[in-house]
Design a protein around this ligand. Structure first.
Ligand code: PLP
Length: 363
């Protein structure tokens, strides 16, 4: 039995999974139509020549750009493609003429590799205070801080890689703009998962996670007056992959993005309720956090290697989840967590099996 009323629709658009796939935060399952679109373009490249094949698809490519741009609150001329979210961030920081000794303010769920990008460029990084134990940004404190000091930009992971906490991005943008500070949003875990039209100046993300497009396609969108995104785009491109992403976005828009976001939030709630209090595993998020990423803190005394072993054990039982080490969110935690990220096709039995397995590993 599906957890979501959209489960059957989502399931039937895809091949039968060989495992209980609870790992969309690493890479979601592409639909058959996405895979077919990629394959079809590869055939056309071989038949007609790759550049001709791309030219022949110009209308489709333009429509795909408009669709993705609308989903993330930008226009298609503000969009540039790269091969990953991280490459998009690197491209952005390379072409954005920020002063030496720039400062950036981040939330405590900041993705570790992003911090590395900031630090290697010599930026001063300042973590924003949390408003609660879960790590939501304290927007009152932010407003206060901005009266005394303004960073070059604020960088927010809308959802981080180590918890399902959803940052109040629209509110942060409003407050930052009142102080004339631009906001950059890492939406790698948010796009296709929660509403992403926030008014942010620059956003970037990836195809393969909640959008369930192919691997190897990332994007960045830059508000027109900031810098020219065309500089960020690499001239060489995985055109077939972009067309596949276009199909994934079209499928999402056809179901209705708000409906998908609502159902994913319902799945997050059902998953947390199901896993809450199993042995001594603890759900890290509030049960009703509006996302489908669920993280579990292991029983007391567990080391990162124990969490890895639990991940491997689950894999042998046919259940795919992530062992999330602290490098993913070094400002938030030193602990390793188990990350469960079901998509719309999750079944109650998948969660029951996971719960049973955790119970035997939990003491
Ligand atoms: C996965 C992830 C990234 C990196 O995305 P890539 O496409 O692998 O470069 C960045 N930020 C967050 C929060 C992520 O979860």
């Amino acid at each position: 039995m599906y957890v979501s009323e959209l489960g059957e629709l989502w399931h039937h658009a895809r091949v039968e999974p060989a495992i209980a796939h609870l790992d969309s935060a690493s890479a979601g399952r592409s639909s058959n139509a996405v895979i077919e679109a990629i394959g079809a373009h590869l055939w056309r490249e071989s038949e007609h020549g790759s550049y001709v094949a791309a030219d022949d698809r110009a209308d489709e490519i333009a429509r795909d750009r408009r669709d993705l741009a609308s989903l993330i609150g930008h226009t298609s001329d503000e969009l540039a493609f790269r091969e990953s979210a991280r490459a998009a961030l690197r491209g952005l920081l390379t072409y954005w003429n920020l002063p030496i000794a720039s400062t950036v303010w981040v939330a405590t769920n900041e993705f570790g590799p992003n911090l590395v990008e900031f630090e290697r460029r010599g930026y001063g990084v300042r973590p924003l205070p949390d408003s609660d134990v879960y790590g939501h940004v304290d927007t009152d404190a932010l407003e206060n801080m901005l009266q005394f000091d303004q960073p070059q930009f604020i960088h927010i992971c809308h959802i981080g890689a180590m918890s399902g906490i959803v940052q109040p991005v629209a509110k942060i943008v409003e407050i930052a703009h009142n102080a004339g500070v631009p906001v950059v949003v890492d939406m790698a875990q948010a796009v296709g998962h929660v509403p992403t039209v926030t008014g942010a100046d620059i956003v970037y993300g990836t195809s393969r996670k909640w959008l369930t497009g192919p691997r190897g396609v990332g994007f960045v969108a830059v508000r027109r007056d900031s810098l020219r995104p065309v500089q960020i785009e690499s001239s060489e491109a995985f055109v077939a992959g972009r067309l596949g992403l276009g199909v994934a976005v079209a499928e999402l828009l056809e179901i209705g993005q708000q409906r998908v976001f609502r159902e994913l939030a319902a799945i997050g709630l059902a998953t947390r309720e199901r896993l809450h209090g199993i042995a001594s595993w603890e759900v890290v998020e509030p049960l009703d956090e509006p996302s489908a990423t669920v993280t579990l803190a292991p029983p007391p005394g567990w080391q990162p290697s124990d969490v890895l072993a639990a991940r491997d054990k689950l894999r042998t039982l046919g259940i795919l989840v992530t062992a999330a080490d602290s490098w993913r969110a070094p400002l938030a935690t030193e602990q390793s967590l188990l990350r469960i990220s079901p998509h719309l096709d999750v079944q109650r039995e998948d969660l029951d099996r996971l719960a049973d397995a955790l119970r035997t590993m939990g003491y």
